[in-house]
Design a protein around this ligand. Structure first.
Ligand code: URA
Length: 471
């Protein structure tokens, strides 16, 4: 009996116990509470002390797939675990029906998680002792509250919130995340000022010239519309799209950068909204086409991170510069050269690191023929954390080195000063550690040579500390 279907810890404890006792999958009948509870209620199994050693990839998938609403999910997972214990290569056998089910279920969960990240809308409840509180109602397809809550925790760290779903709720209060039982829609207020802001924002980013109704439906399926404040505006916006395109043409809005157009025509339009990524390579393609905030309008392309999928150290910069924007690779301009030198001095091999940025598009101000770097705002960093989080989830670095203040905000979600964080090692949620240091372009800007040399030495010392920590 699983008291809480979808709770990985509970399933794992039961699976461990059964495996330790050598109970074959066909001899187990898995039930969720409410599914034949009275018959089985005295058979709740306790976890033994022994460890269940499974390939890490399987544990990660199992953690997601246990949330699948398929009533057979716990039993199927147990059968797979049982079989993997006897055949370590099972997961590579893609024609196996169990493996096929596992992959399909995992894909469905990932998609559901992605939709929940994108479509949860908070309503403001009020303010108490300087902390604002918010609540959201959401109906995910699967039981994914525990999978998605850490994302909202990182993103909305500074406020109290609750996300209520029919199966379970996540509550973030006084910097503590707890889970509770499911609820109903009427627990959450219907509308508020935040809703109006969403609608205004949606109206502002709606680009009538790029309307693709099928892609829009695929990305924002109708079943989510009833809980999305902006959805009520879709029909009127679509109705006015033709006229707005005409107006735009009349105004002859010119592209900020002719090179942008050249690049953009290389991106097949129909792929522009695909965000359901399952690998770093797909992620990089999706970043290149990102339109999540207006920065994409003037940049040449989104620049994803690069490096080995399982790099132990991830270096996070601010945003691509002029060269990075043109070449589509991080840290290939002047700051990148300085970084390369410092890495070499610190005994770090760039090809073994994962290099990325807090913001994936180049933000600049045109000045004649030049494009002058502009700092991204906190809001831009926060929006772009969506990508950084995905990169972190794929790479799972042991250590993250943030270069500069924007990177620090990108990784922590907080506006802390480098000075207050530098010199110590910080634990990040999820197990990785963090070292905060300066951005290499800071060294390029220092007019005083002696000071620049000192700062460079301190920068290299930070990188050496990173190498030693990850060794
Ligand atoms: N500066 C950054 O922060 N990132 C780059 O990729 C290049 C310069």
């Amino acid at each position: 009996m699983l008291a809480e279907p979808g709770d990985f810890a509970e399933w794992r404890s039961a699976a461990r116990s059964l495996l330790a006792d050598g109970v074959a999958p066909e001899d187990v009948s898995w039930r969720g509470s409410g599914e034949g509870a009275s018959l089985f209620s005295d058979q709740i199994v306790a976890a033994p002390a022994g460890q269940l050693s499974l390939p890490r990839a399987l544990v990660e998938i199992a953690e997601r797939v246990i949330c699948h609403r398929d009533a057979e999910a716990p039993a199927r997972l147990y059968r797979i675990v049982w079989r993997v214990a006897r055949d370590r290569h099972l997961l590579a056998r893609t024609t196996d029906p169990d493996v096929d089910w596992l992959r399909g279920a995992d894909k469905a969960i990932r998609r559901d998680v992605h939709k929940m990240h994108a479509f949860v809308r908070f309503r403001r409840l009020g303010e108490e002792a300087g902390r604002e509180s918010f609540a959201a109602w959401f109906e995910p397809t699967h039981r994914i509250v525990r999978l998605t809550a850490p994302f909202f925790q990182r993103r909305f760290y500074g406020m109290d919130w609750a996300i209520v779903t029919p199966d379970a709720r996540a509550i973030w209060r006084n910097e503590q995340l707890v889970y509770g039982s499911g609820g109903t829609k009427d627990e959450v207020p219907d509308s508020d000022v935040v809703e109006d802001q969403w609608r205004t924002y949606y109206g502002a980013i709606f680009n009538p010239a790029r309307v693709k109704i099928d892609a829009m439906r695929a990305e924002m399926p109708k079943k989510y519309w009833k809980n999305l404040p902006e959805a009520q505006d879709i029909a009127p916006l679509l109705a006015g799209a033709g006229a707005r395109v005409e107006r735009m043409r009349e105004m002859a809005v010119s592209a900020a950068n002719p090179r942008t157009e050249k690049w953009r025509t290389r991106v097949p339009e129909e792929l522009a909204l695909t965000e359901d990524v399952t690998s770093l390579a797909e992620l990089a393609k999706a970043v290149g086409r990102c339109t999540r905030c207006p920065l994409y309008c003037n940049a040449t392309q989104g620049v994803a991170g690069e490096g080995p999928e399982r790099a132990r150290i991830m270096l996070v910069g601010e945003q691509p510069g002029d060269q990075e924007d043109l070449q589509g690779r991080p840290f290939v301009g002047p700051a990148g050269q300085l970084l390369d030198e410092a890495l070499a001095e610190a005994g770090l091999d760039r090809t073994r690191l994962f290099l990325t940025n807090a913001v994936k598009h180049f933000k600049f101000e045109p000045r004649g023929k030049r494009r002058l770097h502009q700092n991204p705002t906190s809001a831009e960093i926060d929006i772009c954390r969506w990508w950084l989080d995905k990169e972190r989830a794929f790479v799972q670095p042991e250590l993250i080195v943030t270069l500069g203040g924007s990177a620090l905000r990108g990784v922590t979600g907080k506006s802390a000063s480098i000075k207050s964080m530098r010199g110590s090692v910080h634990e990040l949620e999820g197990g990785a550690r963090l070292i905060a240091t300066i951005h290499p372009s800071f060294l390029l800007r220092l007019p005083d040579r002696t000071r620049a040399a000192e700062e460079r030495k301190a920068f290299v010392a930070d990188l050496i500390r990173a190498r030693k920590l990850a060794a």
